[in-house]
Design a protein around this ligand. Structure first.
Ligand code: APR
Length: 269
C-alpha cells in the first residue's frame, strides 16, 4: 500500500470513545459520576481520601471493561498496522484512559503509542513509582472494600508485572508489592505532568500529517499539539462533532461522528 505521508501523528480524546458508551468530560458539568474533579482526580484528593479515589477508579475500571472498541478505534488500529508495514512512521497519542485503543490493536507497541493521561489498566507505587498491570476493582459502590476483576480491561497476554490481589491497609487501600506503600491508579491527575510529552513534541515537530479526533482542545499540553505540528509544516486535520477551542490550528475540519468520519478519512491517506 502507498501512502501520501511519511510521518503521521494521531491525537485522540473522549469523543472517539463516545459511541462505545464512555461519557465525555465536557458533558458532565465538571462532575465525574457526581464527584468533584478535584476530589477524585488530584494528588490532594488522593491524600485526603484514598478510599473515595479508589472507589471512583474501581467503578471506572468495571465500566471500561464492559464497553468495546468501536469502528473508529478499529479503523485506527488497522491503519497503524498498515502504516507500519509500509514503513510510514505513525504515533498515536491518546488522552483517554479507557484502554479501548490498546484493546482494538491487540498490543500497541510502546514506540507507536503514548497514553499521556495514563490508563485505567495500570497502578503504580506511590513510593518508588514502579508500574503494575492492574485490573482489580478494590471498592464497591458503597465504598466498601471489594475484590472484583475488570475482566476485559486488557486483552494483551504479554503485559508485565501483572498484579495478583495485593495486600491492603486497614482501610482497604491496596499496598504495592515492592515497597508495601500505597498503590495509586496510573492516571495523570490535575496538576501532574502528562506522560511522554518530550517524545510527543519531538514527533510533532517532524511529522507531515497531524490528525486530531474527538477532543475539545481545552486541556493542555494536548490542545497545543496541532499548533506545534502546523508550525513545523504538517497538514493538520480535526475530526470532531463540532468546532473545537483550537479550531484555528487546523487546515481541515471534518465534522461528524468519529465512527463514520475516521474510517472514511483513513481510507484517503
Ligand atoms: N464523534 C466525534 N466527536 C465527538 C463525538 C463523536 N461521537 N462525541 C463527542 N465528540 C466531541 C465533542 O464534541 C467534544 O468536542 O469530542 C470532544 C470531547 O471533548 P472532551 O469531553 O473535552 O474530552 P477531551 O478533549 O478528551 O478532554 C481532554 O480533559 O478532563 C480532562 O483528562 C481529561 O483527557 C481529558 C482531557
Amino acid at each position: 500500500m502507498e501512502f501520501r505521508y511519511k510521518k503521521i501523528v494521531f491525537l485522540t480524546g473522549a469523543g472517539i470513545s463516545a459511541e462505545s458508551g464512555v461519557r465525555t468530560f465536557r458533558d458532565t458539568d465538571g462532575l465525574w459520576e457526581n464527584h468533584r474533579v478535584e476530589d477524585v482526580a488530584s494528588p490532594q484528593g488522593f491524600k485526603r481520601n484514598p478510599a473515595l479515589v479508589w472507589k471512583f477508579y474501581s467503578l471506572r475500571r468495571l465500566q471500561a471493561s464492559e464497553v468495546q472498541p468501536n469502528k473508529a478505534h478499529v479503523a485506527l488500529a488497522d491503519a497503524l498496522h498498515s502504516l507500519e508495514q509500509a514503513s510510514v512512521r505513525a504515533l498515536l497519542i491518546t488522552q483517554n484512559v479507557d484502554t479501548l485503543h490498546e484493546r482494538a490493536f491487540g498490543a500497541l507497541p510502546n514506540k507507536n503509542f503514548i497514553d499521556i493521561h495514563g490508563t485505567l489498566s495500570r497502578s503504580r507505587c506511590t513510593k518508588c513509582n514502579k508500574i503494575f498491570s492492574d485490573r482489580w476493582a478494590y471498592f464497591n459502590e458503597e465504598q466498601q472494600p471489594a475484590e472484583r476483576h475488570a475482566d476485559h480491561l486488557w486483552s494483551n497476554p504479554s503485559l508485565t508485572n501483572l498484579l495478583s490481589m495485593p495486600r491492603r491497609n486497614p482501610q482497604g487501600i491496596p499496598l504495592s508489592p515492592c515497597c508495601s506503600d500505597l498503590l495509586r491508579p496510573d492516571i495523570v491527575w490535575f496538576g501532574e505532568r502528562p506522560h511522554g510529552v518530550e517524545n510527543a513534541i519531538e514527533q510533532l515537530t517532524s511529522c507531515d500529517l497531524f490528525v486530531s479526533i474527538g477532543t475539545s482542545g481545552n486541556v493542555y499540553p494536548a490542545a497545543g499539539f496541532a499548533a506545534v505540528a502546523r508550525k513545523a509544516g504538517a497538514h493538520t486535520v480535526s475530526i470532531n462533532l463540532e468546532p473545537t477551542e483550537n479550531s484555528a490550528a487546523f487546515h481541515e475540519h471534518l465534522h461528524g461522528l468519529a465512527t463514520e468520519k475516521v474510517p472514511d478519512f483513513l481510507k484517503k491517506i
